[in-house]
Design a protein around this ligand. Structure first.
Ligand code: MG
Length: 215
């Protein structure tokens, strides 16, 4: 785990693979490698990194048909020195912002249940126990992807979290907020979140990155 601080442009990304015996692991690794292949630089659109990840996963499937059906989420943030955070996202990993003690999910989940909630067909509470809650509607590893992209201005004291659904499936947002508020160092916060997910049953692998903003 990188516990360093930097004033350079920085890309932080989480990919959560799915499909096949080993396919998910392969897909997430390939997507991250391709997304990170170019140096962190404001000139490269974050969404282009996600598309590069998709192209690489599709190419790997083409080369080895046994990998077909593999896919991965990819949630990527380009942190720029003036406090600009540029986000590109596909899938059900999440990017959260903790600001003044308030936790906000900035990314949308590309899941069936999130769509049903948005359409008013089920409540957020029903989504938590819905039998198809794991169904991801957009994913890396499909020919035509649409990548969510947006920018936000960060402030000193902001804490940004990028995580796989292994965290938020096991730990409610209010508990995530409390852990983030109670933890001092970003690495402590990340480990505490992973421990909380495991303590709650840890039904899935959990990946967490925590970034503190000091401008
Ligand atoms: Mg997962």
């Amino acid at each position: 785990m990188n516990d360093g601080s930097t004033e350079e442009p920085t890309v932080i990304a989480v990919a959560d693979g799915m499909g096949g015996a080993v396919g998910g692991e392969v897909a997430s690794r390939i997507a991250i490698e391709a997304a990170m292949a170019e140096p962190a630089d404001a000139a490269i659109e974050p969404a282009d990194r996600v598309r590069a990840g998709n192209d690489a996963v599709l190419a790997a499937i083409e080369e080895d048909y046994t990998l077909s059906g593999m896919g991965t989420t990819l949630t990527l943030g380009l942190f720029l020195p003036a406090g600009l955070l540029r986000i590109a996202h596909i899938g059900d990993s999440r990017l959260y912002l903790l600001r003044n003690g308030v936790l906000e999910q900035l990314t949308k989940d590309h899941t069936l249940v999130a769509e049903l909630v948005a359409m008013g067909q089920i409540t957020p509470e029903e989504a938590e126990t819905h039998p198809r809650r794991n169904l991801v509607t957009k994913v890396i590893g499909t020919p035509e992807i649409s990548v969510d992209e947006f920018d936000i201005d960060l402030k000193p004291g902001d804490r940004v979290v990028i995580c796989s659904d292994g965290l938020n499936a096991m730990v409610r947002d209010d508990a995530i907020a409390k852990i983030l508020t109670d933890s001092w160092a970003p690495s402590d916060a990340a480990w505490s979140l992973i421990e909380a997910a495991n303590a709650a049953g840890g039904a899935d692998n959990t990946t967490v990155a925590v970034v503190d903003v000091s401008l």
